[in-house]
Structure formats: structure tokens, C-alpha cells
Write a protein that binds this ligand. Structure first.
Ligand code: KG4
Ligand code: ZN
Length: 338
């Protein structure tokens, strides 16, 4: 069979990433994470675009080198068009356009949210791909969505957050507790050592399959303020129980919505993606769902769940096979929808 090499480029938030794919298999998957944002407790857009501009050529160079090919062997350049931060997207978009133009090969625009989902179709030994139709839940620092996936290119958002993303719920709770940024992994680690039912937080009342996390954050803030007034050492003395209780509440919210989504659609195959799918409590709850509710769940390899370019390359490859190419006049789109 013909050998099709696709370069994927991702720069929507604070990771500069490039990946080379050969017929659906990953040859290289390079990510330069920007440490600069840690000291600010969140992503600073201006700093992110500047770091992307510094990183993009070295990252692409490394991806090509690791794959063992020269850029002249590429068949197409795929890039993240959106959603994401405008300044960040512009760097990847402009670079991809110039490279495709210079090499005189097709340019392929990719929707970042679609890519998180189609990451499940990267060719991997021993990995079972979800069958169509399936439900995809994308949970990260920037997104929270449930999508009905009927084919590679037929996706329908059936629920999403109306305010904060689930990763923000972890990170903002962590900030209240004085944990570092991002706090998700630390809350996960401490939750294992605590009692998930020690403290009770109210779940948001948001209709249908949509999510809301900003009320939970406020509830946690008021709870902590109230308790520390009585006992200034409340956080230190209860940190593991607090983390376990917060994580338990968040998982409950996600699982409730998945239960409703499977009921409404009749679809029981569930694939997850996004950085928060690393959470061990969520993974366990999904496994339990297989027993309790008859679900079949799909969790991709960790490096394909957080922001990466391999997921951009797989969408690029699938679009390449269909001849779905972009015009050279295309521009970045920060609020791009599925
Ligand atoms: O996908 P990602 O790397 O970047 C984007 O936001 O697009 O996701 C990062 C988010 C952060 O909010 C981080 O706190 C969260 O994923 N996260 C976790 C865990 N690992 C990462 N949240 C809970 N438990 C974890 N183990
Ligand atoms: Zn993402």
C-alpha cells in the first residue's frame, strides 16, 4: 500500500506539539509544555503565543527527525484551526500554511474537539476502537462536552458546560486550598488518602445533558471560609478528606450525565478524552459503570488524552483519505464548533 505521511501541528492553548503519522500510525509525538504559566496559576495568553513562536520550529524539526523522514516526504500538513486562544492558534495556523505552501502539498484544518475524540482511532497494537455510534466525553482544563459520534465526520454535541470546564473545577478548588497549578493531579493523589464522604457539596442543578461547575467552586470557597473561621488549621488537618470529597462530587456529576446520555440515546459505548480523563477516580467510576450499567468504556493512551499533535495528525489522515483539504485563505477560529 501507498505510504502517506501526515504532519500534525497543535498550538491551541499552552502546549506546542507536532507529530508525524504514517498511515494512521504514530512515528513521533512531540510536546513542548510551557512551564511559564505555573507561577501565574493559569495560562497567560500573551506568554503562550510568544512561547509557541519560539517552540514551533524546533518541535516540528524534532518530530520529523524522530520519525526519520525529511519534510519533503510529507503528503499533507494538518493543523488545529480552533477552538482555542487566538494568539496561540495563529502561530500554528500561520506556520502550517507557510509550510504547506512552501512544500506545495495539501493543507488540512482540524477541529481540536473533534481531534480529542478521533484520537481513539490512532492505530495502536492491542487497542480496541469504539464502534459507531458511540458517546464521547471530552473533559479537560478548557472543555467539557458529551458528543454523539455517528461516524468520523458526523458528530453532534448533546451536552456541554455552560460555565467552567471540569478541569477548571479541579484547578480552582485547588487554588482555594493553596495547592499548586494545575491542581488536578494533586487532588487525585490526595483523594486516594481521604474519605470521599467526609464533606458534602451540593451538585449543580442544570438541565438535560449540560454541565455547570462554577457554583461548585463558589460552594467550596464559602465552605472553606466558614470552617477556617472556626478552625484556622481546618485545611491542613483535613486536606485529604476535602480533596476526596471534591473529587467524589465532580465524578458524581459526570457519571450522572453519562447515565442520562446513555438513557436518552440508547448508546452504551463511551469513549473519554482530555487531560482530566487521567483521573484515577473517573477511570474507576467508568469501570464500575461497565458492571453496574452495562457500559463499554474506552480510555486512550495517556499521551493521546492531554493536548497533543498525534490527535491532529489522525484527523488529518482521515480527511486526507477523503480529499478534505483547506484553502490557503483559511484563518484561525477561536470559537470553532464541532
Ligand atoms: O487536556 P489538558 O492537558 O489541557 C487542556 O486543558 O486542554 O488538561 C489539563 C487539565 C487541568 O485542568 C488538570 O488539572 C487536569 O487536566 N488534570 C487532572 C488530572 N490530570 C490532569 N484532573 C484531575 N485528575 C487528574 N489526575
Ligand atoms: Zn484540548
Amino acid at each position: 500500500t501507498e505510504k502517506i505521511y501526515i504532519l500534525g501541528i497543535e498550538s491551541s492553548c499552552d502546549d506546542t506539539a507536532a507529530s508525524v503519522m504514517l498511515n494512521g500510525r504514530i512515528l513521533s509525538n512531540i510536546v513542548a509544555s510551557q512551564k511559564i504559566h505555573e507561577e501565574y496559576g493559569g495560562v497567560v495568553p500573551e506568554l503562550a503565543s510568544r512561547a509557541h513562536q519560539q517552540n514551533i520550529v524546533p518541535v516540528v524539526d524534532q518530530a520529523l527527525k524522530k520519525a526519520g523522514i525529511s519534510k519533503n516526504q510529507l503528503h499533507a500538513v494538518a493543523f488545529t484551526r480552533g477552538p482555542g486562544l487566538m494568539g496561540s492558534l495563529l502561530v500554528g495556523t500561520s506556520f502550517a500554511k507557510s509550510l504547506a505552501y512552501g512544500l506545495d502539498i495539501p493543507l488540512i484544518d482540524v477541529n481540536h474537539m473533534q481531534a480529542h475524540i478521533l484520537a481513539h482511532f490512532i492505530e495502536e497494537a492491542d487497542f480496541v476502537k469504539p464502534p459507531f455510534p458511540f458517546l464521547a466525553m471530552t473533559i479537560s482544563g478548557g472543555h467539557t462536552q458529551i458528543v454523539k459520534v455517528s461516524s468520523y465526520f458526523d458528530l453532534e454535541v448533546i451536552g456541554e458546560t455552560i460555565d467552567d470546564a471540569v478541569g477548571e473545577a479541579f484547578d480552582k478548588s485547588g487554588k482555594i486550598l493553596g495547592l499548586g497549578y494545575p491542581a488536578g493531579p494533586e487532588i487525585d493523589r490526595r483523594a486516594k488518602l481521604g474519605n470521599p464522604k467526609a464533606f458534602k457539596f451540593t451538585k449543580p442543578k442544570v438541565g438535560g445533558l449540560n454541565f455547570s461547575f462554577s457554583g461548585l467552586k463558589t460552594g467550596i470557597l464559602y465552605f472553606i471560609q466558614r470552617e477556617t473561621k472556626v478552625n484556622p488549621n481546618f485545611i491542613e488537618e483535613n486536606i485529604n478528606d476535602i480533596c476526596a470529597s471534591i473529587q467524589y462530587t465532580i465524578i458524581g456529576i459526570l457519571i450522572d450525565k453519562l447515565k442520562l446520555a446513555t438513557k436518552e440515546t440508547g448508546i452504551t459505548h463511551i469513549a473519554i478524552g482530555g487531560g482530566v480523563s487521567a483521573n484515577t477516580g473517573i477511570r474507576q467510576a467508568l469501570k464500575d459503570g461497565e458492571q453496574k450499567f452495562g457500559w463499554t468504556t474506552y480510555v486512550p493512551k495517556f499521551e493521546y488524552t492531554t493536548d497533543n499533535a498525534a490527535m491532529i495528525a489522525i484527523v488529518g489522515y482521515l480527511k486526507y483519505l477523503e480529499g478534505h483539504f483547506s484553502e490557503q485563505t483559511i484563518s484561525a477560529s477561536p470559537r470553532l464548533k464541532i
